[in-house]
Design a protein around this ligand. Sequence first.
Ligand code: APR
Length: 311
Amino acid sequence: MRRKVTVVGAGFVGATTAQRIAEKNLADVVMIDIPEKEGPTKGKALDMLEAAPLVGFEAHIEGTSDYAAMAGSDVVVVTAGVPRRPGMTREDLISINANIIRSVTEQVVKHAPEAIYIVVTNPLDAMVYAAYKLSGFPPERVIGQSGALDSTRFRAFIAMELGVSMRDVHALVIGGHTDVGMVPLVSCSSVAGIPLTKLLPRERIDALVERTRKGGTEIVQLLGDGSAYYAPSAGVAAMVEAILLDEKRVIPSACYLRGEYGLRDLYLGVPAVLGAKGVERILEIELAPEEHEQLRKAAELVRETVSKLTL
Ligand code: APR
């Protein structure tokens, strides 16, 4: 049976996500955007589809403003919302994007009640919490894309620093999807199994951690208009692949916590096993006292952002 993924929001992140999913032949893809953007949404879908003979994929891609088109989706990804502009933090987006998440979630509940729901819209940890509360879905089926992106950035910076293959670098970033809330776990980062601390002096590692925290801001400043989309869409595609192929991949993601890491009733980035059921397990690892403290602070920040929402 053919699988189906709906991407809500056909902007930079959404369209790139749709392209990655189709080109990997993971599923047929529906892109949904607002009625005013129906033309561009259909145009992007058709443009992607016309590449299929050259790229060699079978997936169908459709663009529409009709939410009913998401019916039967295995996964729904929401990227609808406004992105950051220079000088803005992810938290500045809260009021506009919360309303968007509310209306999109109503549609997901109506048309794709069995889907696994991945949230990409920022401020991520608050938006995925809102999506969870508003949808009434079980927590394993509502997941936020954050750690996949933050960790791939950390991996890329480590690989560039050492001049080694990106594929040989593993790194784990948990915590909040904000510059201050991020918790890059140096103790869990390695190159072909060699602990990072054996390859780089502390001050270089600290610099890479700092660059990772500000990775999104670095791109916002360089682009001058809008925020990152190539690496974010790669993060989403990896999560979708793990779910559709039931891979049980360990991908740090924003998950609903029920006592893990001493935290409950909030979404925060943690190492998660992703498979057909969504978040199949949260890996609870022992953290150094300072890492635990950073995670606790990240949780506080997320709760502060969530308190601004009326759910
Ligand atoms: N339903 C469907 N689409 C919507 C809705 C809605 N209710 N509201 C807005 N959109 C669409 C916009 O029309 C636009 O096409 O969402 C799209 C967002 O695309 P961009 O403006 O290009 O933003 P993008 O860079 O893709 O970022 C989207 O992802 O990473 C996060 O912080 C980022 O929250 C932002 C989101």
